[in-house]
Design a protein around this ligand. Sequence first.
Ligand SMILES: Cc1cc2nc3c(=O)[nH]c(=O)nc-3n(C[C@H](O)[C@H](O)[C@H](O)COP(=O)(O)OP(=O)(O)OC[C@H]3O[C@@H](n4cnc5c(N)ncnc54)[C@H](O)[C@@H]3O)c2cc1C
Length: 416
Amino acid sequence: MSAPSPIAIVGGGPAGALAAAQLAKEGRRVLLFDEKLAWEKPCGGGVTHKALQRYPFLAEAGNESSRIEQNSIEQNPPDYNLPALNLVDHCELISPAGKRARFRLQHPVAIFSRLALNGLLLERARRASADIHKERITRIERADNQNEDDWHLTTPDGDYRASYVILAAGARNPFRQQFLSPISASDLMVTAGYFIPGRSSLMQIQFLKGITGYIWVFPRADHVSAGIAGKMGETSTAELRRVLEKWLEENGFRLDEARFYSHILPSFRAQTFETLEVSGEGWSMIGDSAGLVDPITGEGLYYALRSAELCAHALLVERPEQYRAQLKDEILPELKLAASLSQRFYRGQIFGDSILERMVALTAQSASIRDLMSDLFAGNQGYQDLRARLYRILPSALAEGLMNLGHTFGWRSATS
Ligand SMILES: Cc1cc2nc3c(=O)[nH]c(=O)nc-3n(C[C@H](O)[C@H](O)[C@H](O)COP(=O)(O)OP(=O)(O)OC[C@H]3O[C@@H](n4cnc5c(N)ncnc54)[C@H](O)[C@@H]3O)c2cc1C
């Protein structure tokens, strides 16, 4: 009897590469296709403490001297003398009106070059014996007689057969409409950014008036990824780029040797998550392909990795339908809640001012709010119990704010 056809994975970003590694490690035959292999995908590259704890080999990339070994799978080998990541433990939030709150992160955020991160994950897949091809998939077809070998994948260099297809082709997934309806513009963000040579140890987030999104400055080992995101249809890429360039100039960044980037980012509405489909007979979607990105923060790397892990596990136990069920249990409630909070977070008012202004002011004034922020950046504080924690700490946070105001004006407490 001939061996079963392999599982084909379309896309070798974090989602596809991790799924390939996990399946191949357990002896499954895996064909992984990526048109570029490791590349500097437009991204901040920020990986939370929660993700580093779940995938400790990522944190180890900061220590290894060899980091990513020279191998044949990288398009542009990274500088092997540089660490793949930069651990950043200071953050500055800037309100739309320009108020600043700087604080220490209890758990640093690891900021990766995507070239290095993708290279590292692809290398793990290769070592686990996944068969990696630098080819672009141009067509995916299913044979009429639905049997084990029923997927046919075409590239400019050849044809391949597979028993199962995992789509991990990112936000621009060209095959999505073949399996599901395409992502609506209302479920996307546009981004524009620059890779700027230089070093920094401070992560910055600037919230903006009239834009559902923010500017970020994420310092990597030898450069900074600075960018801006906004809802598609609300602000054009050209306008976002203009706002970003002005901000960078005003904040001391030089763009002479910087490299521009732009990309789309899934930012699903709550109703889209409500009816989300991620798999069918013989196929699954993982990572950005499936829209698994936090609509408030734009964090997608954790969800790309976790969805890959869940999908691979479901295939390994021969229960592909388990992937969808586990996603619905573990990931979708959090993303759906973020989607329903997003507009209020960016556009809402509280006590006569915007939520963003209040949030930055409270962060500057209150240690308990700074602890909360630190947990949010670490990925340790979810949205589901955020409200309860806020109710718990808000009275003391407001009191801290009043005390600080008192100190500013030289007031003394009754006991002093
Ligand atoms: C500007 C920006 C900033 C971001 N910053 C952060 C951040 O700081 N932290 C965070 O957690 N998330 C961030 N994200 C989100 C994060 O980049 C994504 O969630 C993550 O890359 C998703 O991984 P993926 O493997 O699903 O898709 P991708 O990383 O997009 O990988 C898809 C792969 O598929 C390949 N491919 C596509 N089509 C084909 C084809 N036809 N044939 C073969 N190969 C194909 C591509 O070459 C690519 O390598 C950001 C996104 C953007 C746009």
